[in-house]
Write a protein that binds this ligand. Structure first.
Ligand SMILES: C[S@@+](CC[C@H](N)C(=O)[O-])C[C@H]1O[C@@H](n2cnc3c(N)ncnc32)[C@H](O)[C@@H]1O
Length: 246
């Protein structure tokens, strides 16, 4: 490995550690804060994600992977369609997710496993759908994450990536920017008792590539028919694509 590559690997490890520690600190309050700070809109976005993926799936029941499953809300929602593996590298988030899974009466099984989105432990082409909500923006290497998603999907399998975006309309954009950049970090710190994660959230959304650019990167990772849907006037974006034949 060249010195430049070694530096890059070290920096990716450091980013991963920071992200893992951050979610570990807020895990106990994550669900409450998610629903409270988004005024429950996050539930609507996950529902939309489920609806769009269901429309595109042909296998029945489909095998689904939820990457960065956290406390398992998306995994539990998708278990209505087929068996779900949820994968996350933050143990405290998974612990809460497992408690929720044991209480949820889903139609299909949900299994949560500890693992890194950049180095998945699953074989090539074993999933009919890969879904991921509010995760890609946190990845130390977004393109490597997309390549892993493509690797574990069968050709023709469905990818759905949901994440925050920034509304671009003048009035709503300005109001949202004020909430997101000024109010949310303070409210998040006060409610979670932890400084950092809710300052990191707007920073990570602002540095994330704009939707068209990110859609292009999904295509470059081996996907066809990439679509993006702006949700709640651009507060979030849902990306959908089909795994290209190898
Ligand atoms: C904002 S939470 C989203 C959780 C869940 N998907 C949801 O919809 O609520 C981001 C999650 O991604 C996980 N994550 C971030 N980078 C990861 C990586 N490289 N490998 C596995 N999990 C990762 C974090 O541990 C955290 O649980």
């Amino acid at each position: 490995m060249s010195p430049a590559e070694e530096t890059e690997v070290a920096s990716e490890r450091e980013t991963a550690r920071t992200v893992r520690d951050m979610f570990g600190k807020i895990a106990a309050r994550y669900d409450f804060l998610n629903h409270f700070l988004s005024v429950n809109t996050d539930r609507l976005w996950r529902r939309r994600c489920l609806k769009e993926v269901r429309r595109r799936l042909s296998a029945s029941p489909p095998r689904i992977l939820d990457i960065g499953c956290g406390t398992a809300d998306l995994s539990i929602a998708f278990s209505r369609l087929g068996p779900v593996f949820g994968c996350d590298f933050c143990h405290p988030m998974l612990r809460i997710g497992r408690q929720k899974v044991s209480r949820a009466a889903g139609r299909h099984a949900v299994e949560l496993v500890e693992g890194d989105a950049l180095n998945l432990s699953f074989r090539d082409g074993v999933f009919d759908a890969v879904v991921s909500a509010f995760v890609v923006r946190n990845l130390a290497n977004i393109d490597a994450g997309l390549t892993e998603m493509r690797r574990v999907l069968r050709p023709g399998g469905v990818l759905a990536v949901l994440d925050f975006s920034m509304p671009t309309t003048p009035i709503l954009g300005a109001a949202y920017r004020f909430y997101f950049l000024r109010v949310l970090p303070r409210l998040g710190k006060w409610l979670s008792g932890v400084d950092g994660p809710y300052r990191y959230l707007p920073d990570s959304v602002q540095t994330f590539p704009p939707p068209r650019e990110f859609a292009g990167r999904i295509a470059s990772a081996g996907f066809l028919g990439v679509e993006h849907h702006m949700l709640t006037r651009g507060v979030a974006a849902l990306f959908l694509a089909t795994a290209a034949p190898r």
